[in-house]
Ligand binder design. Structure first.
Ligand SMILES: Nc1ncnc2c1ncn2[C@@H]1O[C@H](COP(=O)(O)OP(=O)(O)OP(=O)(O)O)[C@@H](O)[C@H]1O
Ligand SMILES: [Mg+2]
Length: 154
């Protein structure tokens, strides 16, 4: 991760509308480096997938980022950096992640974008994870907060 402090003043930013979320994703993409792990946290419909779509767009990936809920992981390898986009929502046990190659992904140097990263108390995510919490403030307004190099606790 290069410099995300310039995107998040005091560790947060308020996003007004979907287009602004897309733009935030594009700006984040410009700061990403190989091996970065983003842990995305927020209720159903918070905008995690929308943010990922912006990141993929910023990395110039061709395939639109559809939600990987049913397949757990989607790979996007045609952009500036290879990305694996996860959605842990449907996992019942952490070892199900291991079955789909979680450890290999962690070691792969791909950028990992992980929806529902707080599943199982965040235990699957490495300590260098950049956590990003999306909160719904209104119909189309969201607050995005970052927490770097600290494990999310509830
Ligand atoms: N500012 C905004 N940013 C992102 N999404 C917004 C915003 N305003 C409205 N929306 C709407 O909120 C929804 C966000 O959906 P999205 O699939 O990104 O959520 P999610 O956090 O990935 O949910 P899930 O937990 O189901 O994966 C979309 O329907 C989108 O149109
Ligand atoms: Mg989603």
């Amino acid at each position: 991760m290069k410099n995300i402090a310039k995107i998040f003043q005091q560790g947060e930013t308020v996003v007004k509308g979907e287009e602004a979320m897309q733009l935030l994703g594009k700006r984040l993409a410009g700061e990403l480096e190989a091996g970065d792990v983003l842990g995305l946290v927020g209720e159903l419909g918070a905008g995690k997938t929308r943010l990922v779509q912006g990141i993929l767009d910023g990395l110039e990936c061709e395939q639109a980022g559809t939600s990987p809920t049913f397949s757990i992981v989607h790979e996007h390898t045609d952009g500036r950096l290879p990305v694996a986009h996860f959605d842990l929502y449907r996992l019942k046990r952490p070892d199900e992640a291991l079955q789909i190659g979680w450890d290999e992904y962690l070691a792969s140097g791909m950028v990992l974008l992980v929806e529902w990263a707080d599943r199982f108390g965040g235990e699957l995510l490495p300590k260098e994870t950049v956590w990003m919490q999306i909160e719904r403030l209104g119909e189309t307004t969201r607050r995005v907060r970052i927490q770097q190099a600290a494990r999310q606790t509830h």
